[in-house]
Design a binder for this molecule. Structure first.
Ligand code: F6P
Length: 541
């Protein structure tokens, strides 16, 4: 492997440090006043997404230094390496090829000398066939009744992607078919879902890349028992399908491999929405709409691969985000979709971003001395406005935000959409420009209240505007964030594609479970706190 640079030692990084005081002292109001063209210059209309990044605490100089940092970090070579199937996931010796999942059938991308695109399309075709059969009623449950409910059992990337996208594309779904998502090991999740479905009309889609995940297997086993208790053992075959890379474990569970939809180790869990993990979504919206979504993903993939960095949406979002994390000290960023259908989008992004870039060691195995992935959070506007925006506007923390809105509503109703969008635009305006003491006083505010009613402004935001929430638009949006995370991981010189940080807790939980369940009083050798918690639980349950 080529030598891994330490980002902070790159000349562009040092230049950014030197440049920081010039920006830190500036207010967005001044930057806009000085440059009437700013909004025009700092916006980009590409791949079906309009990005306004002018309300960021950056100048043209900041941007050119950030772009220089991208060059010095050899970002272009890393993008090319991903698209050509190189094993970028170095700790697991795997390619990172979610982009192959949405490549047209004519494309050729190889891993270890073998083309993967044909395999991708073969699985897509099988998914499409199942989806047609379920949606048309050709394939029924064991009693001959039509399938009306889908229960997706999976967790992490095997849940968040399809759950987010099902909600996002609800408008396009067959309303006679409902999709439910069960992920938590807490039996409440499954129990409450089973109350809402009937065994005769339910198809369980068990999604697990590894097919060894504790939560998913426990939920799948309990769902299986429930089904068998109602319809008998023979019904399992018609009511369970699996999505996995692990054929052996799928068969061992009792699911016919003819009903298994595979994917590959070069698809990371949090990047797997466009693999067969999207099956429940395809069942809901049908193969045509699903293909449109893949088209949107591909459009953004191609934009990312080919656009020059200064006009490249994921690169710009990634660089601006890095500027806040590493130079202006932001610990988090908020994603605020002004669309109810995108209610789960922030939760989806949490895994995408935080599991990818929540790393403290670089590609060379050295502990990093600089900040990496930020905390991601958010809720749909306008609900968030009545909850946590207070802190963003007047609190002591710097929280850059991404607002996302659509020009046309899928549910046009009276003034609702204009009101919704007026809130989005007004919030970014208020965040950036605030309200001075002078303005507040002029309104006749009592002097003692003036400081409370001042908005300092200078709070940064990106605004992403798309025309309408179509399947393709969702695809573009998700791919945009996937690649933004890629850009930041590349600049931080970390591996965005492993997740060793989830292992320790899993391993300890196995040991604790045996101590909770043991008949005899177990000999505990944890720390004092953990021992006491286990004893109290055993004594009082
Ligand atoms: O949380 C760790 C993780 O490995 C995620 O990366 C993954 O999406 C999730 O667990 C589920 O894994 P699987 O699909 O193998 O059940």
């Amino acid at each position: 492997m080529a030598e891994i640079p330490v980002p902070t030692s790159l000349s562009a990084w040092k230049a950014l440090e030197a440049h920081l005081p010039h920006v830190a002292a500036r207010h967005l109001s001044e930057l806009f006043r000085e440059d009437p063209e700013r909004a025009e210059r700092m916006s980009l209309d590409a791949a079906g997404v309009y990005l306004d990044y002018s309300k960021n605490r950056i100048t043209s100089e900041t941007l050119s230094l950030l772009l220089r940092l991208a060059e010095e970090s050899k970002l272009r070579a890393r993008i090319d390496a991903m698209f050509s199937g190189e094993k970028l996931n170095s700790t697991e010796n795997r390619s990172v090829l979610h982009v192959a999942l949405r490549s047209p059938a004519s494309a050729r991308i190889s891993v270890d000398g073998k083309d993967v695109v044909a395999d991708v399309h073969a699985v897509l075709e099988r998914m499409g066939a199942l989806s047609d059969e379920i949606r048309s009623g050709k394939r029924t449950g064991a009693t001959g009744q039509r399938i009306r409910q889908i229960v997706n059992i999976g967790i992490g990337g095997s849940d968040l992607g399809p759950a987010m996208a099902y909600q996002a594309l609800r408008h396009y779904s067959d309303r006679e078919l409902s999709v439910h998502f069960v992920s938590n090991i807490d039996a409440t999740d499954l129990a409450e879902t089973l109350l809402r479905v009937q065994p005769e009309t339910t198809l369980f889609v068990v999604c697990s890349k590894t097919f060894t995940t504790q939560e998913t297997l426990a939920n799948a086993r309990s769902a299986r028992e429930w089904l068998v208790s109602k319809l008998g053992e023979a019904a399992v075959k018609q009511h369970f399908v699996a999505v996995s890379t692990n054929e052996k474990e799928v068969s061992a569970f009792g699911i016919d491999t003819a009903d298994m939809f595979g994917f590959w180790d070069w698809v990371g869990g949090r990047y797997s929405l466009t693999s067969a993990i999207g099956l429940s979504l395809m069942l809901a919206i049908g193969r045509k709409r699903y293909a449109e979504m893949l088209g949107g993903f591909h459009e953004m993939d191609e934009h990312f691969r080919t656009a020059e960095f200064s006009k490249n949406l994921p690169v710009l979002l990634g660089l601006i985000g890095l500027w806040y994390v590493n130079f202006l000290g932001a610990e988090s960023y908020a994603v605020l979709p002004y669309d109810q259908y995108l209610a789960r989008f922030p939760a989806y992004l949490q895994q995408l971003d935080m599991e990818s870039n929540g790393k403290g060691v670089d590609l060379a195995g050295r502990r990093v001395s600089y900040q990496t992935g930020p905390i991601v959070w958010g809720e749909p506007g306008t609900n968030g406005q009545h909850a946590f925006y207070q802190l963003i506007h007047q609190g002591t923390k710097l929280i850059p935000v991404d607002t996302i809105g659509f020009i046309r509503s899928l549910n046009p109703l009276g003034r609702h959409h204009d009101l919704l969008m007026s809130n989005l635009f007004a919030q970014t305006e208020a965040l950036a420009f605030g309200k001075t003491a002078e303005q507040v006083a002029k309104e006749g505010t009592k002097p003692e209240l003036v400081p409370h009613r001042v908005f300092l402004g200078n709070r940064p935001s990106n605004t992403l505007l798309l025309d309408e929430l179509t399947p393709a638009a969702l695809g573009r949006l998700v791919a945009l964030y996937e690649h933004k995370v890629f850009v930041q991981g590349a600049l931080w010189q970390i591996n965005s594609f492993d997740q060793w940080g989830v292992e320790l807790g899993k391993a300890l939980a196995t040991r604790v479970a045996s101590e909770l369940e043991s008949k005899a009083e177990p000999e505990l050798s944890h720390d004092g706190s953990t021992n006491a918690l286990i004893r109290r639980y055993r004594a009082r349950r």
